[in-house]
Design a protein around this ligand. Structure first.
Ligand SMILES: [Zn+2]
Length: 488
């Protein structure tokens, strides 16, 4: 993995559409993504990681590896050594600063493609319209790397506040928040075309916060979500126009990606209240109090033993496996497939079993391929939160949460649809490979601009206890794995 490929590009432009499902990439909704696809390779089976949430995915894109390598294990997770008094909210700039201070700037515990670019004397410029945390994890050492990250959340939400100050000077004040986030998408597009791209950075990345945000709060097929997606695609179109107008356009590779998909919520499952009623001393509060067990929710979540009798972990695992709403239960690795707790599958198998940060248990609520009210397949349960019933969610291993958009367009031209295994962990190695740079030693993804070395191998891994049965389907190729889906 350490030998660099021949460079096929001088510069790379990346556009990430948060939460975009590939089945919503159509000539009508996303004509500009389709324009790029007509000149590139669309990896139609591309996959996110588990848990399929934004900051875990962002970190996996940056590190070219799943959470077992980089250690960002959830949008929220209990990281006791760094932040003992509360559940770590990885979207929050202040909490990130605390955790980075604890880790001497290596909270994301692996080299990123930004780090590799910096060592090669190359520039990465990021225009981010998502949370401060997501802007952080795409290039967590941006300041030390001499790079540039603009955040739509303002100068306090990035290590390089001058990026925001400069944009405000040039383009006017940051837009007001609205749903869908139309003005932010347009503003972000202008930061790219008017400020970033003319300076010719080696790699420029824009992260659109739609369609994810409006999927969550208005529903996947809602008119508002479609308006957000169309505007994100329009802003991307202005970037693509800029690239195509360059005299050296054929030396500029373009990658379009999403970080995860989404499914619709068909039910709200008060899992933690039910556990408390069943006698478990469990807290899902943000402030960590005296409870024996602490938990995070969503479609998936973690349960950790804060203190007390370790047998409580086995007891609540058995209780989860008897709960009809629970589809999967995982614990730290025992033998590569099973977890240490009877009936569970291995967190290592899932690419999430980070040595020092993994929880005692993770769970996923059940979901199906049934159609939602808009006719889109994928319907699941979630624990109570700020997303309304019927809104979109992600975090599990439903194929429609895991399947991402991934299109690579470089000088080799149109190669159409590819059914080869691929995923978000390939983005960093592909960026580096296009520029002729070797990936970092900890990267597990591969350069998608070159052919794979091996045939893909698909395997089903099963576990269970009593009446509870669970399985995951995983494809392996070239030393990396992607979760295709699961069942119960
Ligand atoms: Zn996301």
């Amino acid at each position: 993995m350490s030998r660099p490929d021949q460079p096929t590009a001088d510069r790379v432009v990346i556009a990430v559409f948060d939460g975009l499902r590939p089945d919503l990439v159509t000539p009508e909704l996303t004509p500009n993504i389709m324009r790029l696809a007509a000149n590139g390779t669309w990896f139609r089976r591309a996959r996110s990681v588990f848990p399929s949430v934004t900051r875990v995915a962002t970190s996996s894109i940056a590190a070219g590896a799943p959470p077992i390598v980089h250690g960002i294990l959830g949008n929220a997770f209990y990281h006791r050594e760094a932040i003992p008094d509360r559940i770590f909210d990885t979207s929050d700039a202040g909490q990130i600063r605390r955790a980075e201070a604890h880790h001497d700037g290596r909270l994301l515990a692996a080299d990123t493609f930004g780090d590799v670019l910096a060592r090669a004397g190359k520039k990465l410029a990021v225009v981010h319209t998502g949370s401060a945390g997501s802007a952080h994890f795409i290039n967590p050492r941006a300041r030390a790397n001499g790079h540039w990250t603009f955040s739509m959340h303002g100068a306090e939400a990035t290590q390089t506040p001058e990026a925001v100050e400069n944009a405000i000077k040039r383009l006017g004040p940051l837009p007001e928040r609205e749903l869908p986030r139309l003005q932010e998408l347009a503003y972000g597009g202008r930061v790219m075309t008017d400020i970033v791209l003319p300076t010719r950075p080696d790699v420029a990345l824009i992260w659109f916060n739609e369609p994810d945000t409006t999927f969550h709060y208005r529903g996947l097929g809602s008119p508002e979500a479609m308006a957000g997606l169309r505007e994100a695609d329009r802003a991307f179109g202005t970037i693509l126009d800029w690239v195509e107008a360059q005299p050296d356009a054929e030396r500029i590779a373009v990658i379009v990606a999403s970080d995860h998909g989404q499914i619709s919520t068909g039910s709200v499952e008060p899992l933690f209240e039910t556990a408390q009623q069943a006698g478990f001393d469990l807290s899902a509060a943000k402030a960590v109090d005296g409870a024996t067990l602490v938990a995070t929710g969503g479609i998936s979540g973690e349960i950790r033993l804060r203190e007390g009798d370790p047998r409580e972990v086995e007891r609540i695992a058995a209780w989860l496996m008897e709960n009809p709403a629970v589809g999967h239960v995982f614990s730290p690795d025992r033998n590569g497939v099973e977890g240490q707790v009877a009936g569970t599958l291995s967190l290592g198998l899932m690419g999430t079993g980070h040595g020092t940060r993994q929880p005692e248990l993770m769970f996923i609520l059940k979901s199906t391929l049934d159609a939602d009210p808009y006719g889109l397949p994928g319907l699941g349960a979630m624990t109570p939160g700020d997303v309304p019933l019927g809104g979109g969610m992600h975090g599990g291993i439903n194929p429609h949460e895991l399947n991402t958009v991934l299109i690579v367009s470089d000088a080799r031209g149109h190669r159409g649809l590819s059914q080869e295994p691929a995923g978000i962990i390939d983005i960093g190695p592909t960026v580096l490979g296009l520029l002729g740079l070797a990936p970092a030693a900890t990267m597990m993804g591969r350069n998608l601009a070159a052919p794979p070395r091996e045939e893909a191998r698909v395997a089903r891994h099963s576990g269970g206890s009593g009446a509870f049965a669970q399985h995951v389907d995983i494809v392996e190729q070239d030393g990396r794995r992607f979760i295709l889906g699961g069942g119960h």
